[in-house]
Design a binder for this molecule. Structure first.
Ligand SMILES: Cc1ncc(COP(=O)(O)O)c(C=O)c1O
Length: 452
C-alpha cells in the first residue's frame, strides 16, 4: 500500500531539493487525492488539514508532494521547521542518536542530551537569574506543566489567560485558549480557575500599552484578586489569535504588576521562540524577563520536544516525581534540539529572520498603499501577519483571508491564516527559504489578493 510506484524517484529532503515552485498536476494530484481518500476513511474528521497534498519530502523553502509538485513553504508546519526541514545537522544528529538508543525514559535512566538541552535553554532564555528546565513533548504539555509549577510554587489556584490567546487543545489548555471554534466548541467542561483578561490589540483597541495594561490589571484586581492568582500566561506576540503585537510598554507593565504581587509571569513562546521573531525569544524585544517560558515548535527542527524554563526556585517547587512523562525529553528529540540550536547560532538565523521580515513587510505594505482591504501589516522578524478588513467599516474580513490562502495553495504556495476572526494571513516561512522563492511566493499571494 504505497502511493509511490516503482518508476517514481522520491527525492531526499533537505536543502538539496530543487528550490522551485513546480506544479505538474492540479492540487491535489491523483496520488495526493488517493491519500486524502484513505485519510477520510481512516482518520477522524476532527483532524483537519489545510493543504490537500501527500507530502513526501521538504527542505529549504519547499514541500514536495507524491505527484511531484513542489510547493513554496510560507508556513514551516506552523512555525516548527524554522531551521529548515531535514536540516543536514539535524538529520545527522537524529541518525546518530537512534543508532545508539531511542529511549530509556529520562525518569528511569537519565542521559546527557536532556541535561545539555536544559543547560542551553537556561543559558539562552532571557533572565539574568539561575534557571532550570524540564522537557516535555508538545507545546500544550509544556503549558500544562508551567501552570502546575506556578500553582505549586505560589500555593494559589487562579490563572489569567487573555482574549485572543491560544495555548493548545488539551483540557487545561483549551480552558486557556480563547477561541471557541474550532478549538473548544462541544469539548467542555473546561478546567476551573481560569480567567480571561483583555490584552493589548493596538489595531482594534487603539490603546497605548499603559492604558491596555491598566485595563488588564483592573480586571484582575476586581474579578480575581492578586492573592488568589498563581500565574498570568501570555504569548509575547499572540499567534493563533492574529499575530498581535502588543503596544509598547504593555508587557513590562504586566510583568511589573505580577512581580509586585508574587504572581508568576509565564511567557508562552511556543510559536514566537527560536529565532522566529529576529531574536532567540520574542520576550527580548519587549525587555521582559519572564519567570517561566514555555517552548516547543522551533526547538528541535521538527522533532517533538517542548520545554518549561524558568527561575530555579519556581521550577524546584514540585516534589520529586511531580513532573515528567514517559517520553518527555526523548533522546532523539534532544539530539535534534542540540543540532537545531547550533544551526540557529552558526547560521545567524535570527538575522535571517529580520531580513525575511523586511521583505515580507515591504511587499505587504506596498500592496496596502493601493488596497484598503489590508487593514494592518504587523509582526516581528519572520512572523508577519496581514489583517484584512472591510474598508467601509473596518470589520474583519475572514472570507477574504480564506480565499487568498485557498487560491495561493492551489497555485503551489503554502500560506496559513489565523486570527480570532480568521481574517489574518500569517507568514512563517522556514528561515532556510531563499529570497527568490520568498518573492515568488509573495507574488502568488498578492496575485490571489488582486483576484479576490
Ligand atoms: C503559543 C502556543 N502555545 C501552545 C501551543 C500548543 O502547542 P502544541 O500544538 O505543540 O501542543 C501552540 C500551538 O500552536 C501555540 O502557538
Amino acid at each position: 500500500m504505497s502511493l509511490i510506484d516503482a518508476t517514481q524517484t522520491i527525492p531526499l529532503g533537505g536543502p538539496s531539493l530543487p528550490q522551485e515552485r513546480r506544479l505538474v498536476t492540479a492540487i491535489p494530484g491523483p496520488r495526493s487525492q488517493e491519500l486524502l481518500d484513505r485519510k477520510a476513511a481512516a482518520v477522524p474528521a476532527g483532524v483537519g488539514h489545510t493543504v490537500p497534498v501527500a507530502a513526501v519530502a521538504a527542505g529549504g523553502g519547499v514541500v514536495v508532494d507524491a505527484d511531484g509538485n513542489s510547493l513554496i513553504d510560507l508556513g514551516a508546519g506552523i512555525a516548527v521547521t524554522t531551521v529548515g526541514n531535514a536540516h543536514p545537522k539535524v538529520v545527522a544528529a537524529v541518525q546518530a542518536q537512534i543508532a545508539q538508543f531511542a529511549h530509556t525514559c529520562f525518569m528511569i535512566a537519565p542521559y546527557e542530551s536532556y541535561v545539555a538541552v536544559a543547560e542551553k535553554l537556561n543559558e539562552l532564555t532571557p533572565g539574568s537569574f539561575t534557571k532550570k528546565t524540564a522537557l516535555f513533548n508538545s507545546g500544550a504539555e509544556a503549558v500544562e506543566n508551567a501552570i502546575k509549577i506556578a500553582r505549586k510554587h505560589t500555593g494559589r489556584q487562579a490563572v489569567v489567560a487573555f482574549d485572543h490567546g491560544y495555548h493548545g487543545r488539551t483540557n487545561l489548555t483549551m480552558a486557556l485558549t480563547a477561541k471557541a471554534m474550532p478549538y473548544k466548541s462541544g469539548f467542555g467542561p473546561f478546567a476551573p480557575e481560569v480567567y480571561r483578561a483583555p490584552a493589548s490589540y493596538p489595531f482594534r483597541d487603539g490603546l497605548t500599552g499603559a492604558e491596555a495594561a491598566a485595563k488588564t490589571i483592573s480586571m484582575i484586581e476586581k474579578q480575581i484578586g492578586a492573592d488568589n492568582l498563581a500565574a498570568v500566561i501570555i504569548e509575547p506576540i499572540q499567534g493563533e489569535g492574529g499575530f498581535i503585537v502588543p503596544a509598547d510598554g504593555y508587557l513590562p507593565a504586566v510583568v511589573e504588576w505580577c512581580r509586585a504581587h508574587g504572581v508568576v509571569f509565564i511567557a508562552d513562546e511556543v510559536q514566537t521562540g527560536f529565532a522566529r521573531t529576529g531574536a532567540m525569544f520574542a520576550s527580548e524585544h519587549f525587555g521582559i524577563e519572564p519567570d517561566l517560558i514555555t517552548t516547543a515548535k522551533g526547538i528541535a527542527g521538527g522533532m517533538p520536544l517542548a520545554g518549561v524554563t524558568g527561575r530555579a526556585e519556581i521550577m524546584d517547587a514540585s516534589h520529586t516525581g511531580g513532573l515528567g512523562g514517559t517520553y518527555g525529553g526523548n533522546p532523539v528529540a534532544c539530539a535534534a534540539a542540540l543540532a537545531t540550536i547550533e544551526a540557529y547560532q552558526e547560521e545567524n538565523l535570527a538575522e535571517r529572520a529580520v531580513e525575511i521580515g523586511r521583505t515580507l513587510v515591504a511587499r505587504m505594505q506596498e500592496a496596502a498603499t493601493s488596497d484598503p482591504r489590508i487593514g494592518e501589516v504587523r509582526g516581528l522578524g519572520a512572523m508577519i501577519g496581514v489583517e484584512f478588513v472591510d474598508p467601509a467599516t473596518g470589520a474583519p474580513d475572514g472570507a477574504l483571508a480564506g480565499a487568498i490562502a485557498k487560491q495561493a495553495i492551489a497555485e503551489g504556495v503554502i500560506v496559513l491564516t489565523c486570527g480570532t476572526y480568521g481574517n489574518v494571513i500569517r507568514f512563517l516561512p522556514p528561515l532556510s527559504i531563499d529570497d527568490a522563492l520568498l518573492h515568488e511566493g509573495l507574488d502568488v499571494v498578492l496575485g490571489a489578493l488582486a483576484a479576490s
